[in-house]
Design a binder for this molecule. Structure first.
Ligand SMILES: Nc1ncnc2c1ncn2[C@@H]1O[C@H](COP(=O)(O)OP(=O)(O)OP(=O)(O)O)[C@@H](O)[C@H]1O
Ligand SMILES: [Mg+2]
Length: 322
């Protein structure tokens, strides 16, 4: 495990954004800088942290953790579900097949939990018993495991708008995708989630929920894009302390963005108005949890690359320019 001193020293050297020449048109998402060419996209995962649909801060080594974590899962599942990876030439970057995005976020939930206003627990606690087309019985408890994983999609909103919950039928009716496409994505999502849960269980982790994005490659194949089972797109709980935390009426040990979301939510911030300033020790602890998740998932220790990322990225991505 990376020591605290290394994380502290990295706090003011995080990769906030990139400006790489010759790789294609730059498109900045909340977390990733994409360089879009005709057939391929270079995706640089920066250290930016977004929560509640807003970029709030950066975390040391977060981009490397995410990129390498996604690369691990893409490689592990490539024979089961086609994905967009072409190569991973840098700790923070991948080269992928440019796809036509299908504007649906395929969320899969294995537990009754969540902090955001669209989460299953937030809605259930407010009294909703119909969630993305699923009927939920009374009497469910916070953080409890669902009988089976549920597909609870949202729309993928353009530029800054919040994603909205939707059922399969609603998404088809609004033209986000057709029924066949939805069902193919749902099948892929459940397959990936099962593999993820089984792998995590062998490593003392619970894969709680996650979000997948899909796109269509030139030949029409539906492929999983963006990222898979990272601490940004998923919740991971420590399995060994789960039962006890629940018995004590507490929250599970979360090795993901939930730690940061809870910090903000405890200060009354859920995405609207001005965000409270996040202290260094919270950024360090968040980074530690991301790294902890990476190490448990991959079964390897995380060795951060400490070279200046701008120079490193320029060198490693040079073969993809032009
Ligand atoms: N293979 C691919 N083809 C096309 N688009 C992709 C591919 N992989 C990822 N993307 C898109 O690249 C972007 C990655 O950036 P990032 O994750 O920072 O975006 P975001 O802030 O989550 O979403 P957005 O800015 O699109 O609302 C996402 O919009 C994602 O849908
Ligand atoms: Mg994203």
């Amino acid at each position: 495990m990376v020591d605290e001193k290394t994380l502290r020293e990295a706090l003011d050297r995080t990769l906030e954004s990139t400006e790489l020449a010759g790789l294609g048109a730059l498109r900045r998402g909340k977390v990733r800088d994409s360089y879009v060419g005709r057939e391929r996209r270079v995706i640089v995962t920066t250290d930016r942290l977004s929560a509640f649909d807003r970029v709030l801060t950066t975390l040391p080594f977060k981009g490397q953790v995410l990129n390498r974590c996604a690369a691990f899962w893409f490689d592990k599942t490539r024979d089961v579900v086609p994905n967009h990876v072409l190569s991973v030439p840098d700790p923070s970057a991948m080269v992928v097949t440019e796809c036509a995005l299908i504007p649906v976020e395929m969320v899969v939930r294995g537990y009754m939990t969540g902090t955001t206003t669209t989460s299953i627990w937030y809605r259930y606690e407010k009294g909703d018993r119909l969630y993305c087309g699923h009927e939920l019985p009374d009497g469910l408890r916070k953080h409890q495991r669902l009988e089976r994983p549920l597909i609870t999609p949202t729309t993928k909103a353009e530029g800054g708008a919040h994603d909205a919950l939707a059922s399969r039928e609603e998404l088809i009716a609004m033209g986000a995708c057709d029924a066949r496409t939805f069902d193919a994505m749902a099948e892929h999502a459940l397959t990936l989630f099962r593999i993820g849960q089984e792998h995590c269980a062998r490593n003392g982790l619970l894969l709680v929920d996650t979000k997948y994005e899909f796109g269509r490659a030139k030949d029409g194949t539906i492929v999983v894009i963006d990222e898979v089972h990272t601490p940004d797109s998923s919740r991971f709980w420590v399995a060994g302390t789960y039962e006890q935390r629940l018995a004590e009426g507490g929250d599970p040990d979360a090795l993901d963005k939930e730690y940061v979301r809870r910090w903000y939510a405890a200060r009354g911030f859920r995405g609207d108005g001005e965000a409270p300033a996040i202290p260094d020790e919270v950024r360090v602890e968040a980074a530690r949890r991301y790294i902890d998740a990476f190490e448990r998932i991959t079964g390897t220790s995380f060795v951060p690359d400490r070279e200046d990322p701008a120079a490193r990225l320029a060198r490693n991505l040079a073969p993809f320019a032009g």
